[in-house]
Design a protein around this ligand. Structure first.
Ligand code: FES
Length: 127
């Protein structure tokens, strides 16, 4: 089973980065996949220059969902909100050295969680 996963995926699955919550998060994204039942929550901290300074996640899901959550939190840190919006699930999978085809939907969950957290941030900012 492990053989179909890259070393990077296994590394992030065994030792995920940025697990947890940000209590005073500026944006929170909640997403789920109705078919597999996996859920992902992503927290973002954004400064006054719209730079993402921190990101954390809580994922109840498969190994690939955990690895992609971990990678997406790493990828967004230091990026502006508009740069982060351009991060696709393919970019996340690529940064992990690829994912098996049947696991690509897990990276879609990570992209959706990021979008959802950014939309939450933008909605809060407008108020
Ligand atoms: Fe559901 Fe991976 S199997 S996100």
């Amino acid at each position: 089973m492990e053989g179909q996963y890259s070393d990077k995926v296994m590394e992030h699955f065994r030792n995920p980065h940025n697990v947890g919550e940000i209590p005073d998060a500026d944006g929170i994204g909640n997403v789920g996949n109705a078919i597999c039942g996996d859920i992902m929550r992503l927290y973002l901290k954004v400064d006054e220059n719209e730079v993402i300074t921190d990101a954390k996640f809580k994922t109840m899901g498969c190994g690939a969902a955990i690895a992609t959550s971990s990678m997406v939190t790493e990828l967004v840190k230091g990026k502006t909100v508009s740069e982060a919006l351009k991060i696709s699930n393919h970019a996340v999978a690529e940064a992990l050295g690829g994912l098996p085809k049947i696991k690509m939907h897990c990276s879609v969950l990570a992209e959706e969680a990021l979008r959802s957290a950014i939309n939450d941030y933008l909605a809060k900012k407008q108020k």
